[in-house]
Design a protein around this ligand. Sequence first.
Ligand SMILES: Cc1ncc(COP(=O)(O)O)c(C=O)c1O
Length: 379
Amino acid sequence: MRKNYLLTPGPTPLPPQVCEAMARPIIHHRTPQFQASLKEATDGLKYAFQTQGDVFILASSGTGAMEAAVVNLLSTGDTALTVQGGKFGERWTELCQSYGINAEILDVEWGKAVDPDVIKSKIQNPKSKIKAVFVTLCETSTGVVNDIEAIGRVVKDTGAVLVVDAISGLGAIDLKTDAWSCDVVVSGSQKGLMLPPGLGFISMSAKAWKLAETSKCPKYYFDLKAAKKAWAKTDTPFTPAITLIMALNEALKMMKQDGLENIFLRHSKMAQATRAAVKALDLELFAPRASSDVVTAVKVPAGVDGEKLVKTMRDTYGITIAGGQSELKGKVFRIAHMGYIEESDIIVGLSFLEKVLSQMGYKFQLGAGVRAAEEVFLK
Ligand SMILES: Cc1ncc(COP(=O)(O)O)c(C=O)c1O
């Protein structure tokens, strides 16, 4: 017998209410019952996105919503600024390039947040042709959180729209879509929203719709004008992911009961505890100056095989954490504290991290990490 703990930055664990909703008999989508569910889900998402604008639910993973943003806003030959400080920032560039959009790449050192003033100098340049700025709220591959509020301030009064990948972070850390002037925010179901993978979400501001009027990128499944037209009749253009939308309503109900502020506080506490443990174990954070509250990336210490560490945690003790991606493979491990995760999960995860590190010959005071985390939780 073995219990499994999922401490990865997506998918994240599922609350029982969500699992129960997915076990219910399916209903048909062109019915008043489903329309009521769709309306409830859309209203609930507006709460989670902190927006009065339009929000659409797509049957796709988060990347589908990213693609929807690109193809609905731009045309082949347009210029966009893509901020790349990790694997997911690179995805914006790749998506733009796939559609013949000229991606002006703003490279940021992995482990650092983008400087909003650099974005400012690029888009406030009178010669700038940039129509959209693509950024990432939490760069899951490095654990970095970007200052979206400050970026919103510099993009706001320009002709460009601000597009935020909040796939990692929405519903876990603060992102005020309207108040921070985010024109388009995309997210996915399998992270802060506590659902299985399979839903993509996208919000659109009035400024984004204006740009969408001129967009000539080819699109069909992800055509948001079709989604908007269907939504006028509380409908969707294609068969929606009915079961996942029912489950989404359960997750959103839980989120409303807790309240966004309390959810953000819980995530902040878990992240502080994890970072305190890392320090107490004489380990190093990968992004010490811009650590997100959703996932903590830790440098693999010298003499330890990073991939074996992750594998042993998972295969021997049932604790799944994430390894490094791309150029960080084997160099970092990542502990997520996002979604349906609480203090007890973090304590369990840290205690087994200590156990495996110790078995792998890393020298430290056993219990120091758990103790540091407990001190944070006691505050
Ligand atoms: C920041 C970020 N962007 C994009 C994605 C891609 O999302 P998906 O795998 O749901 O398509 C992820 C998934 O890990 C992510 O963390």
